[in-house]
Design a protein. Structure first.
Lengths: 533, 355
């Protein structure tokens, strides 16, 4: 008997010791050097609702990505047709599904068929004759290709956003993909959620387009937009009234240069007006393109378009080599910095829409922790006192179990790298109630056995064995509920499920194993006569 | 020290008719409330929209705040006082989901600052788009569904020791649900059908303990939802978590009583069912009252001291614990009694009929 007591005691002490080891990093700020080398260092993670921060779910507008891809293919086709000297009557993109090409000469049919085979593998090519007897091609996007484009868009969006956030400087951001083309972004401890959202959500598509000086803007506004042109607006804020004014520009649709070619974007201060602006640097190819564009269009206006809004449209004075350009505007310093960040990180392949946003301010987070732990303290103290009054010495044993439970739960959270949330604290509090339950079941049985006249040792034995099955039953059902919650829950609710589950397992361990050791020690080893229960 | 003296014998079963009437009343009131309001009061998590918890630097009435929101066309939002006195915190709830929700909180902040000056603090913002709201609804309902399923299987197996039966029941339930779901019925109806099928299966397979436990569970959840509807509280994700916890807890209680009933039935085969039940409940009374009380004490501490964010959650668990304890004594056991009455009577009749 004493042998098994020795072993059990050793296991128990080891468990308690490990509990303290895992708990300590979360309690102290500075760990001595020797600790960090051998012993675990993980602190308990605090959920966003306790440390403050932002939780975002973004949806990548994948259809836009497919649309853009089809647009690009259409442009490529124009180039290819020109190179092969094939003249065409019409080239039209249909939504996100297909492209229709109408040729003029029948003999070009085969030429294009070959071209399509090599250059456009993503499409199913259907070759027909239309009503006017002209050769027509329907290129339908394959669903495999579509899925691939969408996946690439999501992956690229993930990388770009990660890039932007890295440059923004948030400690321990969490960015991961989710089902249905969604991205989860968690930014703990963020001080300026508005800036972060702007930074993340900006598509940041930078384009250079020529202004159409030949046709009039007014005519176009009435509805007569010349072919190959589009109307984009510049938003100007009147410095005196602060009101926004939209100035229309008639631009040639064709994008001459994009932000893809940027190597750097930097904030500089204009010495004359003391205002920040963003200076752009292009790579070698971009610089050459820029030189060609500016060279061919001297005295014409080149519009700098950001996310389909005209930023500025300066007149090209001379051919610009060296690949530098400027984006000006009435920026604040923060705005300029953020613009530089998004230009450096690159444009999003498709717009993202924020479909869920939960932000907790740091003050509320701190409040929640304080209030949560205070209620745990007070509730815990009341229960502890009650157990001592009701069950005397055995009550003290149950209280030891209770305190160890709390330590085990916290250590467990650190061990699993789980997150403590506000409902998680509620879960710990619930566990206090439930661990008492297990002990009460055992103690009431022991009382019954004593009433039947059994010796202390037999009563304890009987109490534990009879109560065991009932305890397991009761805790298992709560465990089932906790596991289901874990599976289907998100964020804060998951935190609750985790603390509840760990708490149940811990209370099973302490109630059945640990307290028994103490009882056995007192009544077998020390041979105490009367069971104080 | 003892609260309940051994040998206590309160006639719980005798009082079951009163309890039955009381329970029935509560459930009917709940159903009426739900029908009248067109369903439970869903929070942002399930119906979409924006929830803003804002702290001002002095006392302002909801109508003053409503006025301030006119400039951003949000004067129709629901505005409530929140949290403790002297904290000047309010909840602003924007119900529409068809407007641009992202950035709405900034607009609200600006509007409030314009009206009340700089002492405006946005403590918490929760924005849920309509798609996400629907997703979360589905998830919550599936969570409840699976929890009920697993628990039904566990109770049947554990109590009746009819593990085969319980697997049969689980499979039949899954089958029925699969068939009905292919008709594209909403998840709410699925749960309803699942409950009916589960109870039906319990009846046919003679899983009387499972039936008693499940009826007690349904009773508990329904009344908790009713109290929420009565006090005009919102059902959010954490409240669903509270419901599932109540399920676990109520089952906990019920199992303890059932265990005792079974043990005593085995020991005292001669005694009438009613008497055995009563004494079982009385024997476990001490433990039932103690656990409920200690859990209530700690949850009450959370309810009073835990702050506004966790307040509703604590409330749900509070109600759940009280109703759960009540149902283990006054609902689960009487169901067993009714069952015994119906089936035992049939067996007696069979024995009497000459062959």
């Amino acid at each position: 008997m004493s042998k098994s007591l020795g072993w059990r005691g050793a296991i128990a002490l080891f468990a308690v010791f490990m509990g303290f080891i895992y708990l300590t990093p979360s309690l102290t700020r500075d760990l001595p050097a020797w600790w960090s080398n051998i012993l675990p260092r993980d602190k308990i993670n605090l959920g966003l609702d306790l440390q403050g921060g932002m939780h975002l779910v973004l949806e990548v507008q994948s259809l836009k990505a497919v649309e853009s891809h089809l647009e690009r293919v259409t442009e490529e086709m124009k180039n290819d047709l020109r190179k092969s000297k094939v003249r065409y009557l019409g080239l039209e993109r249909h939504g996100t599904e297909s492209i229709t090409l109408t040729l003029i000469r029948e003999k070009d049919r085969d030429i294009f068929q070959d071209l399509a085979g090599t250059n456009y593998p993503d499409f199913e090519v259907e070759s027909i004759s239309n009503e006017e007897g002209q050769p027509e091609f329907h290129l339908v996007l394959l669903s495999k290709a579509r899925a691939r484009i969408i996946k690439m868009a999501v992956d690229q969006a993930l990388e770009t956003i990660r890039n932007r956030i890295d440059q923004f400087g948030v400690s321990e951001p969490d960015i991961r993909p989710q089902e249905n083309n969604r991205l989860l972004v968690q930014l703990p401890g963020i001080k300026d959620p508005k800036r972060a959202i702007d930074l993340i959500g900006k598509t940041a598509l930078l384009e250079f387009k020529l202004v159409d000086e030949e046709n009039s803007v007014e005519e176009a506004l009435k509805g007569n937009i010349p072919p190959g042109d589009e109307i984009l607006y510049q938003v100007k804020i009147d410095p005196k009234t602060g009101r926004k004014k939209k100035v229309p520009f008639l631009l040639k649709k064709r994008t001459l240069l994009t932000g893809e070619y940027l190597t750097d974007a930097r904030v500089q201060i204009d010495s004359q007006y003391n205002e920040p602006y963003v200076s752009l640097s292009f790579d070698a190819r971009g610089a050459r393109l820029f030189e060609k564009i500016t060279g061919k269009n001297i005295k014409k206006r080149l519009a700098i378009v950001l996310d389909n809004k005209v930023n500025s449209a300066p007149v090209i004075q001379d051919k610009i080599s060296g690949g530098r350009a400027q984006i000006t505007g009435r920026f604040g310093m923060d705005e300029a910095k953020d613009l530089a960040i998004v230009l450096r990180a690159g444009a999003l392949p498709a717009p993202v829409k924020i479909i869920e946003e939960r932000t907790v301010g740091p003050s509320l987070g701190k409040d929640s922790i304080e209030k949560g732990f205070r209620s745990m303290l007070i509730g815990g103290v009341v229960v502890i006192l009650f157990m001592i009054i009701y069950y005397s010495l055995s009550g003290i044993i149950a209280d030891i179990a209770l305190l160890l439970n709390i330590i085990f739960i916290m250590a467990g959270l650190a061990f699993f790298g789980a997150t403590l949330t506000l409902p998680g604290i509620a879960g710990i509090i619930l566990t206090i109630g439930m661990s008492v339950d297990a002990n009460v079941l055992i103690f009431e049985r022991i009382r019954e056995e004593l009433r039947l006249g059994k010796t202390p040792r037999a009563a304890i034995e009987g109490g534990y064995s009879k109560a065991l099955v009932t305890i397991l039953d009761a805790q298992v059902t709560t465990l089932i509920a906790a596991l289901v919650l874990f599976q289907f829950g998100t964020g804060a609710v998951r935190g609750f499920a985790v603390t509840l589950s760990i708490g149940i397992i811990a209370s099973l361990f302490t109630a059945i194993f640990l307290t028994r050791i103490i009882f056995d020690y007192l009544y077998i080893q020390r041979r105490m006569k009367k069971v104080r229960i | 020290m003892q609260f309940i003296k051994p040998g206590t014998n309160i006639n719980f079963i005798g009082k079951r008719k009163i309890a039955f009437v009381f329970s029935a009343m509560m459930i009917i009131i709940t159903l009426l409330l739900l029908v009248w309001r067109g369903g439970p009061n869903y929070g942002v998590d399930f119906s979409g929209g924006v929830l803003i918890q804002v702290k001002l630097d002095q006392k302002r009435s909801p109508s003053e705040i409503r006025n301030a929101l006119k400039s951003v066309h949000l004067q129709d939002s629901i505005i409530q006082e929140f949290g403790e006195e002297g904290q000047f915190e309010h909840l602003i709830r924007v119900m529409e989901t068809d407007i641009e929700l992202s950035g709405l909180s900034d607009q609200v902040e600006q509007a409030l600052i314009q009206e009340f000056g700089q002492g405006v603090e946005m403590r918490r913002v929760e924005m849920v788009g309509p798609k996400v709201g629907e997703d979360l609804r589905q998830k919550a309902l599936f969570a409840i569904f699976y929890a009920v399923l697993f628990i039904a299987v566990y109770i049947s197996g554990r109590f009746e020791l009819k593990w085969m039966m319980s697997i049969v029941m689980a499979l039949s339930l899954a089958f029925v649900v699969y068939i009905t779901s292919s008709f594209g019925i909403s998840v709410t109806w699925l749960i309803f059908i699942a409950m009916i099928v589960t109870l039906g299966l319990c009846w046919f397979l003679k899983l009387k303990y499972a039936m008693g436990a499940i009826i007690a569970l349904v009773h508990d959840i329904t009344i908790t939802i009713g109290v929420f509807a009565l006090t005009d509280r919102e059902i959010s994700l954490s409240i669903i978590a509270a419901f599932l916890t109540i399920v676990g807890y109520s089952l906990n209680d019920t199992i303890i009583v059932f265990d005792r009933i079974r043990e005593n039935l085995r020991r005292f085969r001669r005694r009438p069912f009613e008497e055995v039940m009563n004494s079982s409940i009385n024997e476990t009374l001490s433990r039932t009252i103690l656990t409920s009380t200690t859990t209530l004490v700690v949850i009450l501490a959370l309810f009073v001291l835990g702050g506004g964010v966790i307040h509703d959650f604590a409330f749900a668990i509070l109600i759940g614990v009280i109703v759960g304890t009540y149902s283990s004594i006054f609902v689960a056991s009487p169901v067993l009694l009714i069952w015994e009455g119906t089936f035992a009577k049939r067996i007696k009749d069979k024995k009497r009929t000459p062959k």
